[in-house]
Design a protein around this ligand. Sequence first.
Ligand code: ATP
Length: 258
Amino acid sequence: MSTSQPHTPKMTARNVHVHYGTTHAIDDVDLDLHSDEVTALIGPSGCGKSTFLRCLNRMNDSVAGCRVTGKITLDGVDVYEPKIDVVQLRARVGMVFQKPNPFPKSIYDNVAYGPRIHGLADSRTDLDEIVATSLDKAGLWDEVKDRLEQPGTALSGGQQQRLCIARAIAVNPEVILMDEPCSALDPIATARVEALIEELKGRYAIAIVTHSMQQAARISQKTAFFHLGVLVEHGDTTQIFTSPQDDRTRDYITGRFG
Ligand SMILES: Nc1ncnc2c1ncn2[C@@H]1O[C@H](COP(=O)(O)OP(=O)(O)OP(=O)(O)O)[C@@H](O)[C@H]1O
């Protein structure tokens, strides 16, 4: 659960640069993520949105040739310090991907997997409770409660994405990173996931990469516009969409490029 004061950022990024070999993918980015807030990361293809998102829970660690410099903190602690346990970090800073990726296991075991490896349940009853609560928070419980032993992969795409969100929630994250979570979903499933993000924002700091300006405007309180690896502009979503300060932001949100 959040330990930050409301005005204290949950996560901070300062002077963050990312290189893939000789490609400078992120160039001196500063950004804060706050609890109780959704931050949308927008910008044209290849501008570095996913790269930046993946730095926040060190998903880039395993990418060959990727080098991250600068400082990223969670509750004031540098997440790149050698003492940081990356498995614990990724439980605190969970991730939901573009394509729903349930494990080839039952619905129950998909959600129970994290709590089991992190020792969060003392008994089967505890585990049952965590699974039920997580599925409920993810808005999926009523649809699956009578078929928890069926494979997660047998659900619809939208249900699978909500299962992946339940899986992230099950280990009590403080931050949830979402990389285009609705791009593989139809409009109805998208609306359900957006409604879920709206409900979840009271409990977690959420950062979401999206190509949809409408989605960013609907679900986020803060918007960060990236271009060629640079964070061009960041602020209240309403301000970014109604009175952007930079011509590049204005051109992008009005559809002149991207
Ligand atoms: N694994 C990788 N190896 C080498 N270069 C990479 C790798 N991943 C991304 N890049 C490069 O880093 C830059 C930023 O890519 P990134 O995927 O972060 O952009 P993006 O804004 O998320 O794009 P999109 O909206 O198309 O998903 C691009 O130039 C891309 O080619």
